[in-house]
Write a protein that binds this ligand. Sequence first.
Ligand code: AMP
Length: 536
Amino acid sequence: MLSTMMSYPLTTNHVLERAGTLFGDRVVAWRRPDKTVVRHTYADMRRRARALAAALVAAGIGRGDRVATLMWNNGPHLEAYFGIPAAGAVLHTLNLRLAPEDIAYIVNDAEDRIVILDDVLLPLWEKIRPHVNVERVLVAGAGSLPNWAESYEAFIAGRGADYVYPDLDEHAACGMCYTSGTTGRPKGVVYGHRSTVLHSLTIAIPDCLGLSVNDAVLAVTPMFHANSWGVPYAAAMMGANQVFPGPHLGAEDLLDLMAEERITLALGVPTIWMMIQQALDAAPARWPLVKGMRMMVGGSAVPPAMIRAFDRHGLTIKHGWGMTETSPVGSLAWLKPQHADAGYDAQVSVRAKQGIPLPLVEMRIVGDAGEQSHDGKSAGELQVRGPWITGSYFKVGAQPDKFTADGWLRTGDVATLDAEGYMRIADRTKDLIKSGGEWISSVDLENAVMGHPAVAEAAVIAVAHPKWDERPLAVVVAKPGQHVSAEALREHLLAQFPKWMVPDDYAFVDALPKTSTGKFLKTKLREDFRGYRAKG
Ligand code: AMP
């Protein structure tokens, strides 16, 4: 027997209407390249997103056509988040930190028909342009335009007042993002209206981000990477104010914005928060931040020392895990009632885990001998499935190295699940260190090294060893003006790990190579240290 409930499609158009009509006076603000702040409302955003949709339809963009953005986090990008899907088309966000050749490959693979650019990114597009074949280039912002580009403002002007949304299947594509592709060519992940709406609703729940109309959200995570963790959609759904930093991602600029805009929730990768922590430690009273501001941090592991450091400033880290393939939020670490009296140290170690799967997401750990028990110790590959987890890639389909025959996504992360339901990442499969036949987690060592007060950043990689096969090498960046020795770090680690896990080798560098999304680029580190012979 079927239910008597209506068959009502879940679409981002509903979110746009809701934000623009029920929360029309809530703010969308962003920093322009010249650092001035522009202030719109959700009513403005709705009007302009509908104008964009109408203009795209008038330009011949049809259902499922890809319209790309090459933009920083700003108001016009939010308009594109809603306006492109409102035309029945697919928002394809391009990662502006990639090399021009890689961006060109991605534009061609996706067959983008139109691209919307920030004016400050025109020089980057000049390098991409000879290698791609898009029909129209729309430029947001002021400035003079080359003859092959058009003004975004002129494109949307006067459009959309009577725009009628197309009837959309909730399974239709609304967005697209390519994987970072540290190995092999990047692959397209295609998000749907339904998956985006369900993801937005779920990340807003109290135990996850606890998003409400009273929030002011600062998305530092790029809107070109996994929809800025889906938060722009969720914040619009709840009517929360949204603030965007534009191209200004320095710690002091971000802290100024957090203080001025009374931010209550900010999101970014750990490398951003490391900079912010250093700035706050150096001048704790300089920025009057909202007490209890939440910070969603993920993309790579959050060191427990960072959670403690922000707690001291009265700011709360929420640690999440996800992938481009998972929309991206798969889990978030929140405390259960039994942790209330567990003591601060125990609470921090729970909060430093990658967390509890969100409602509707399933996780399992698969080792050589099959599914592992949930004992917090038995490690294996993390596999996930759920309504916002991709089941294949654009054009490529579902290759067996990425998906199991019974329909789970193989994440490539090595993890454990414990009896309370918390997932903990030990490593990427290819980053684990095998020393004398035993696995060592590079993530655990990195977290501990970064817990040393004189260390700003650290990454641990495997280096060849004649006897043990591989040994860990810690590559360390000291905090500005501070010095730390290999002996001091060894001592620090010996208090937390068995001797065989503790690196004998330490290299001190000025900076660590990072990926386009701010993760430590271990492939580059491994290249830099190829031929390095471990001690002992
Ligand atoms: P991407 O698709 O570029 O966002 O990368 C996804 C990968 O980032 C995951 O498969 C993990 O390896 C890593 N990752 C994301 N969040 C975390 C986290 N909280 N802790 C450790 N690794 C993470």
